[in-house]
Design a binder for this molecule. Structure first.
Ligand SMILES: [Zn+2]
Ligand SMILES: [Zn+2]
Length: 557
């Protein structure tokens, strides 16, 4: 039973404001003593932001790190990186048991084993459909259709009512592989009474309903069959249904399959263990590719997002050790560029076309379908579940606000536009935002996780923009220069507009400045540093119109 002070709250720490780094908390109890569960622990990608040297972004979980003694468990809805990608890195800060399905656990384990020093995570297997009781929560995994096997919504029952957290889903009556989103199950939840629906917003700006994976599969089969020479299909490594449908199409027309790329190898290994690639001919290893007849092979490749180190980018540059394509071969992008990656993908497509390779994308052919619900599908979900409260999730601000409007149009009385860090009380009483909690981003920088406030990133941006000048000066205790100053510059143009060497300009500036300083002042190394710093930046700015960073080192000789 719920007592007077017990509240049910929702606190997203990632994923409400971006597509990526999903991490959402549900809490139950009085304000000073709540118990929590965390749903998903995903990563974002740094590529779309101005973050030199940063590829991965994690949610800032400090709120729950401090409350970790009250964290009952971490529930993974499905194995996409935006839902599991931060788990191995962040788990040592949380140390709560993790619940996930077999496929997600398999992928987490293979990743962990590939990273030296990765912690042993407390992983617990959940069977779709299973219910688990943990403190005041009862969590049920409800299978949904999506673009990776074993995707689930969570039905979270509490003494204050039932929350349906959809995770990523779509409607697809012929998903080719994996679960359906069952109308019957979601209607039953609606009949039981849904307090709040926390729902995927990714495709809320798209009208209608998405095509089925089976339609994509049929079209891919046609494109593979009528290709005159080699075929290469690139897709998201985790899309096992797509890999399977390409493999089946290949078998139908007497072609053999080669899988290329480490991420794809890992997924294929786990998918085989889970039985998703049963009854298919063995995939051939990449070394065989060069010896196979051109019209008897299909390669499935990583790199659909233009990742520079992935298989497709290297093949497009003709730099892959095993796989080469030539004029007349066909490359199918069975994917869509994630916002921020369009340029990199465009460059690869253009590179391939310039080499005479035929490129097919989803702009002209049905070779990809999203795993997220469009408006028609969302409307169904609202009709089935009939929630009292709607909270749009999994989206950028535009998606969340469009989804909020849409939910009101569906007749939902209470729509809360939450974002990362807003603490929403779902019950008792009307739903409302009652607090703001610190939330934000962390960056994976090489092997280290750094906070968004650290100096490293603004410094790196500044260096990238205007370079750096280093000046070393030795001065003895009488204030006399010992030798000439040593000057080095990086990232500056060699010459000014008149053709004068920039190095000479800087050297003259430093010499003039030191000449003009009285000996007494020269003995004050801090004063010298400041004066040289100012003079060098001003002189370069005069010539170049930009001020570089400047390091001055005064050595007392
Ligand atoms: Zn997602
Ligand atoms: Zn997903």
């Amino acid at each position: 039973m719920a007592s007077q002070q017990d509240e049910l709250v929702f606190l997203p720490l990632g994923g409400l404001g971006e597509i990526g780094m999903n991490a959402a908390l549900y809490g139950f109890g009085p304000e000073e003593d709540r118990q929590w569960i965390l749903v998903d622990c995903g990563m974002g990608f740094g590529s779309e932001e101005n973050l030199p040297g940063i590829d991965l972004v994690y949610p800032d979980l400090r709120f729950i790190e401090e409350e970790r003694h009250n964290l009952l468990g971490i529930f993974i809805t499905h194995a996409h990186e935006d839902h599991i990608g931060a788990l191995v890195e962040m788990w040592p800060r949380l140390r709560a048991p993790v619940y996930a399905t077999k496929f997600a656990i398999g992928l987490l384990e293979t990743r962990r084993l590939s990273e030296p020093n990765a912690p042993k995570v407390d992983l617990n297997e959940i069977v779709p459909g299973q219910r688990l009781k943990l403190g005041p929560f009862e969590i049920e995994y409800v299978p949904v259709a999506h673009s990776i096997p074993e995707s689930n919504a969570l039905a979270i029952r509490t003494p204050h009512g039932l929350v349906v957290h959809t995770g990523d889903w779509k409607l697809d009556s012929t998903p080719y592989l994996g679960s359906l989103t069952s109308e019957e199950t979601f209607r039953a939840l609606g009949d039981e009474g849904v307090l709040a629906l926390v729902c995927d917003s990714t495709n809320v700006v798209r009208e209608g309903t998405s095509p089925s994976e089976a339609d994509v599969s049929r079209n891919l089969a046609k494109l593979i069959e009528d290709a005159p020479h080699r075929v290469a299909v690139t897709t998201f490594a985790s899309n096992v249904a797509r890999i399977r449908s390409v493999a089946e199409a290949a078998r139908e027309c007497g072609r053999e399959v080669v899988v290329v790329g480490r991420a794809m190898d890992r997924v294929v290994e786990v998918a085989k263990e889970c039985g998703y690639l049963d009854d298919l001919p063995e995939f051939r290893s990449t070394e065989n590719f060069g010896y196979m007849p051109r019209d008897k092979v299909v390669a499935i490749l990583t790199g659909s997002q233009g990742e520079p180190r992935a298989a497709l980018a290297r093949i497009a540059q003709d730099e892959h050790p095993d796989i080469a394509l030539s004029a007349g071969d066909r490359v199918i992008f069975s994917s869509r560029a994630i916002p921020g990656n369009e340029k990199a993908v465009g460059a690869i497509i253009n590179g391939l076309i310039e080499r005479g390779i035929e490129v097919i994308t989803d702009r002209t052919e049905l070779v990809h379908v999203s795993g997220h619900p469009r408006r028609g599908e969302l409307a169904q979900m609202y009709q089935w579940t009939r929630p009292r409260i709607a909270i749009p999730a999994h989206g950028e601000p535009l998606h969340l606000s469009e989804h909020a409007k849409f939910a009101r149009q569906q007749g939902v009385k209470e729509v809360v536009q939450a974002k990362n860090g807003t603490l929403v009380r779902l019950a008792p009483g009307p739903a409302e935002i009652i607090d703001n909690i610190p939330a934000g981003r962390l960056y994976k920088d090489g092997n280290i996780v750094i906070g968004a406030g650290e100096r490293a990133l603004p410094e790196r941006r500044k260096l990238a923009f205007a370079g750096i000048v280093t000046v070393a000066i030795a001065i003895d205790d009488r204030g006399e220069l010992v030798g000439d100053p040593v000057i080095d510059a990086m990232g500056l143009p060699d010459k000014n507009r008149q053709g004068r060497e920039m190095a000479d300009i800087i050297a003259d500036t430093v010499a003039d400045l030191l000449d003009g300083l009285p000996k007494a002042k020269r003995r004050d190394s801090e004063a010298v540093e400041n004066a040289v710093h100012r003079a060098v930046r001003a002189a370069v700015n005069q010539e170049w119109g930009k001020k570089p960073a400047c390091h001055v080192l005064v050595i007392e000789a």
